[in-house]
Ligand binder design. Structure first.
Ligand SMILES: [Zn+2]
Length: 282
């Protein structure tokens, strides 16, 4: 049976009755608050959760965050690649729909009923898409944290794309990178890892995706999915670009530089977050 929350609606009025989601069944509710946000009411519930299990061990891992692959993580032995495609397609959808709304709204008169209707519709759409994005970010970060716990990871380094973002790559590219929700993902990861006793540290990711693991020399920017060393006399290839990137962040952070003949992860697993029961915005 689900848990019911009864909110008083003032004397002589019917109380507001809300069924709480399953995951809040065994928690202690401290506070419940109705908040008006983006044209609708939201119920904010403050709960006390049981203390989560802390990690035991002292393994170090590194994350290469990205757009196509939201999270690539390695401890030097294994790697996990979590797809960011769904997040990207939601961002595309958001931009497309918002442009349509803006066009339609600009054709209506101020304070007209038509404009109000359109604004309400726009807010419903924004609420829907932000919930979808949040859900995916939670799934991505939860999977990364689970992976860390299974491998007794105590310290995680994460590449900071700010160092890359500062270079001007044209307006379109900048917008794309900005939307990739790196800050939000990193905050979520930091919070979820901390609850498990795992520390997340941001590091400069320059050089980490281009450095050849064999000669520790830098090669040009990699665009293909599989890394290929640009040095003709080396020609090292055969590893996923982002796995090499994560491995480079780990190497740089732990060894304070790049190691020649760096050991690469032997196994790579892939995860593709999905949204179950995709619903159209009402
Ligand atoms: Zn090479």
């Amino acid at each position: 049976m689900g848990r019911i929350l009864r909110l008083s609606n003032g004397r002589g009025k019917e109380p507001l009755v809300v069924k709480l989601p399953e995951r809040l069944t065994d928690t202690v509710v401290h506070q419940a608050q109705l908040v008006w946000h983006r044209n609708q009411y939201w119920l904010h519930v403050t709960v006390e959760k049981p203390a989560p299990l802390k990690v035991r061990g002292d393994v170090t891992a590194a994350i290469d965050p990205g757009e196509v692959h939201a999270v690539t993580i390695t401890d030097g032995n294994d790697a996990l690649v979590i797809s960011g495609r769904l997040l990207r397609s939601l961002n595309r959808l958001k931009n497309k729909e918002l442009r349509k709304f803006q066009r339609a709204i600009s054709k209506t008169k101020k304070n007209s009923r038509k404009r109000k209707r359109l604004l309400a519709k726009k807010y419903r759409f924004l609420n829907w898409i932000e919930r979808q994005k949040e859900h995916i970010l939670h799934t991505i970060s939860a999977n990364a944290v689970r992976w860390c716990l299974q491998r007794n990871v105590k310290t995680v380094y994460i590449g900071d794309p700010e160092s890359v973002r500062k270079k001007d790559c044209g307006k379109k590219h900048n917008q794309r990178i900005g939307q990739w929700a790196f800050g939000k993902l990193r905050d979520l990861l930091e919070y979820k890892l901390k609850r498990r006793g795992i520390k997340l540290t941001a590091v400069d990711e320059r050089g980490t995706s281009g450095t050849c693991p064999r000669y520790a020399g830098n090669t040009p920017k990699q665009n293909a999915r599989v890394y290929r060393c640009g040095n003709a006399s080396c020609g090292f290839t055969g590893i996923h670009r982002d796995v090499l990137g994560a491995s480079g962040i780990l190497d740089k952070s732990v060894n304070d530089g790049f190691t020649k003949g760096r050991k690469l992860p032997a196994t790579v697993n892939y995860l593709r977050p999905k949204v179950l029961t995709p619903k159209k915005a009402a």
